[in-house]
Design a binder for this molecule. Structure first.
Ligand SMILES: *Cc1c(COP(=O)(O)O)cnc(C)c1O
Length: 383
């Protein structure tokens, strides 16, 4: 019988009890290189850019959580996406979700295009993707829910289109983590994570992952990671291993807080719109029910004026005005000048990101303190 996800966050199936003196905390192999027992002999390890036992332990855990055959741990989420895009060649065309993490758009527009790739950005939740496919199209790249507008697309449906046209389906699964969603089981070919977010979970380190179940892709990625050198460092790998131990209880608590907060925000006079897929009126609610085990803890909302949005950012105390998401602490972000500052203004506005838009990542604090703080901040807005 398959072990439950919380057990899999703690234990590997092939764990050998006698190794490492029985240490429950996986050792940090803080080494650059490995001594060979003799000429032509090897411990299986040569150099840490290519192999490191601590990183490999983490990679096996993440591969297991996402039902992949292999995972690759990179120094950041952006390093993971950058490495993955080395799979393409000049002339290749990629259909991408329009409402993506701003850093991904910055990468595609500034680096990938320079490398000769072209992109079509579409609202994947509401577009007939088949019509966008060209002879040189190689992949569809999505997030669901999207960052920050929380649009939900049907991974299974898009994977059908990809299979019919020989395209790679890449899903950035950062917002839900493998605890709530497994794109590979729904037909995706590659899963991306910013491990900085829910997997690490403590706002204390950066990391990124690529997970796949396709041996041909794995082989290419292994060569690329060895060649380009953005593998995750041993100590950061250990922090991720430790973070993942509590993935389940953090995700559950943060989601519980998000559901309560989204409901509360809806009733506030200055709040004009709440984008949270766990609200039954959200257009993606039905798809989420079908393809995910939860709704996550990201809430985007619009307030009535830009001045109010800025004052909220000034006045919060327990809630931190900071970029990032998915950690133990609740963060509030201003997409216009933070995460999505490099996305052209007209694209931002078209996607629905306005100067009145705020994004919340609920943490695991007591909900009374989060709502209590926002109540106070909202009440003081026009003083
Ligand atoms: C943060 C984030 C990234 C980038 O990850 P880093 O670890 O910050 O490099 C990519 N995708 C999504 C959805 C993110 O939220």
């Amino acid at each position: 019988m398959e072990r439950g996800i919380n057990t899999r966050c703690l234990h590997l199936l092939d764990e050998e009890r006698t190794e490492h003196f029985g240490s429950l905390s996986y050792p940090i192999y803080q080494t650059a290189t490995y001594a060979h027992p003799g000429v032509g002999k090897s411990t299986g390890y040569d150099y840490s850019r290519l192999q490191n036992p601590t990183r490999e332990h983490l990679e096996r855990i993440v591969a297991g959580l996402e039902y992949g055959t292999e995972a690759f741990a990179l120094s950041t989420g952006m390093a993971a996406i950058t490495l993955l895009f080395e799979l393409f060649k000049p002339g290749d065309h990629i259909i991408s979700e329009a409402d993506l993490y701003g850093g991904s758009i910055r990468l595609f527009d500034n680096i990938s295009k320079k490398n000769g790739y072209s992109f079509t950005y579409v609202d994947c939740a509401r577009t007939d993707l088949e019509k966008e496919i060209r002879p040189e199209t190689k992949a569809i790249y999505i997030e669901t829910p999207t960052n920050p507008m929380m649009n939900v697309s049907d991974i299974g449906k898009i994977s059908e289109i990809c299979k019919n046209h020989g395209l790679l389906l890449i899903v950035d699964n950062t917002f839900l983590s493998p605890y709530f969603q497994n794109p590979l089981l729904l037909g995706a070919d590659v899963v991306i994570h910013s491990g900085t977010k829910f997997l690490g979970g403590h706002n204390d380190t950066l990391a990124g992952f690529i997970v796949t179940k396709d041996p041909a892709i794995s082989e290419k990625l292994r060569f690329l990671i060895k060649t380009t050198g953005a593998g995750l460092a041993p100590f950061d790998s250990w922090l991720l291993i430790r973070g993942i131990k509590t993935l389940g209880i953090r995700m559950e608590k943060a989601q519980k807080n998000a559901l309560l907060l989204a409901d509360w925000l809806k009733k506030e006079k200055i709040v004009k719109k709440v984008y949270y897929p766990g609200l039954p009126e959200h257009p993606g609610y039905g798809i989420m029910k079908k393809q995910s085990r939860g709704f996550g803890s990201m809430i985007t909302f619009d307030v009535d004026t830009k001045e109010h949005a800025l004052k909220i950012l000034e006045d919060v105390r327990i809630i931190k005005y900071a970029e990032s998401l998915g950690g133990t602490e609740t963060l509030i972000t201003y997409p216009t000048t933070q995460t999505h500052a490099d996305v052209p203004e007209e694209v931002r506005l078209k996607n629905g990101i306005t100067p009145c838009t705020l994004r919340l990542s609920t943490g695991i604090e007591d909900i009374e303190d989060l709502i209590g703080e926002l109540e106070k901040v909202f009440a003081g807005l026009d003083e």
